[in-house]
Design a protein. Structure first.
Length: 368
């Protein structure tokens, strides 16, 4: 860990394509999991224990959490998970949150939306509506996911996990271990692949996922790319396509924890998707962003993935849907990287998952 203070300038870091330094935008965040950018230059940051925080453009953290956030189940990997703005936020003010919500039978991934209000009385969400609940709920504190991504048609994709009960990922009457797709109000799109199929959940877009903690739209194709945790090995990047089965737990490149025994039938089976890229040993990926800005021209078109294990930022060079080069940055330097986003200023932003977590940004440096 560097220990640099907020506002302190660090020495340049050299990478293969660009040189940069890290700026600490804000610190004092309790296990921050996601960041969104308000049009007025402020940042919304989710703290996993259940608070949505506001950081102003100068890095000042508002001591008052955003009001109107309901209680969440903050245990294990559960809590507040992701925050995104509606594509039409400037006109409608909708903010979307995913979180671990308690209910009959236990806990599961849920999504709500609320309208953003910021005035002299403070920051708050009003007209709060729960638009999605994972069903059935279950005990346990792992594999909630979750990332929220709007596609170019304005449909909302919600990544999830199998809740630590692997067989659920293949069941069509169960929402665990699925990528779901919704209208912005929680309605079901007419072309969802299992809509109208007896016994199947109509929200499902794709099946066979273990725990997806990263998702981003490809800047050219508009397709959704996701990544997910494998067990002991077999972390995956996939292109999410409608009606596809991504294999968990029938196929995986990972093995059972501790004992190293095979899971399922091996690494491939007819009719099940192969990952675009996989990591063995695991890196524990979290957060993902394509870089499309002008501030780092040498990184344009690259895919960036945060990693909890090895505490690093992974840069992937792509040739279509093929990873042709991987560079590992910041290994062991800043702690566990939980989220990765490109800001409206063309810079890369990171969140560190710690009891004193930080919002960081990568700034280009011209080095002779």
């Amino acid at each position: 860990m560097t220990g640099f203070a907020v506002g302190a300038e660090q020495p340049p870091i050299r990478s293969e394509r660009e040189n940069f330094r890290i700026e600490v935008v804000a610190a004092g965040l309790e296990h921050p999991w996601s960041v969104a950018f308000l049009p007025d230059g402020r940042y919304l940051v989710m703290e996993r224990p259940g608070r949505l925080r506001v950081i102003d453009a100068d890095g000042r953290l508002d001591p008052r959490p955003v009001a109107g956030i309901p209680a969440v189940s903050a245990r294990g990997q559960g809590g507040l998970l992701d925050v995104v703005l509606h594509p039409g936020f400037a006109g409608n003010g909708w903010v979307y949150l995913s979180y671990a919500g308690a209910g009959e039978g236990g806990v599961g991934t849920e999504v709500l939306r609320g309208r953003w209000v910021s005035d002299r009385a403070g920051n708050r969400l009003v007209d709060v509506q729960v638009i999605y609940r994972q069903w059935p709920k279950s005990d346990g504190g792992v594999h909630f996911g979750s990332r929220l991504v709007f596609d170019r048609a304005g449909l909302l994709h919600v990544t999830q996990g199998d809740r630590g009960e692997m067989a659920r990922a293949q069941r069509l009457d169960d929402l665990a271990g699925k990528l779901v797709r919704l209208h912005d109000d929680g309605g079901i799109p007419a072309d969802n692949p299992w809509r109208g199929v007896a016994g199947a959940r109509p929200e499902i877009f794709s099946v066979g996922h273990r725990s997806m903690q990263g998702a981003a739209l490809h800047p050219v194709t508009g397709e959704l790319w996701t990544h997910e945790h494998g067990p002991q090995g077999g972390d995956e990047i996939n292109v999410a396509r409608i009606g596809r089965n991504y294999g968990w737990p029938v196929i995986t490149f990972g093995v059972n924890y501790g004992i190293g025994t095979k899971i399922g039938v091996g690494t491939q089976r007819e009719g099940l998707e192969q990952p675009l890229h996989q990591w063995t040993p695991s890196i524990a990926p979290s957060g993902m962003a394509f870089y499309t800005g002008d501030r780092f021209p040498g990184w344009r078109g690259n895919l960036f993935v945060g990693a909890l294990k090895f505490q690093m930022l992974v840069r992937l060079e792509l040739d279509g849907e093929r990873v042709v080069r991987e560079e590992r940055l910041l290994t062991g330097r800043e702690g566990r990287i939980r989220d990765v986003r490109q800001g409206p200023d063309g810079l890369l932003y990171l969140l560190t998952d710690a009891s004193n977590g930080k919002l960081l940004r990568l700034v280009p440096v011209s080095t002779p």
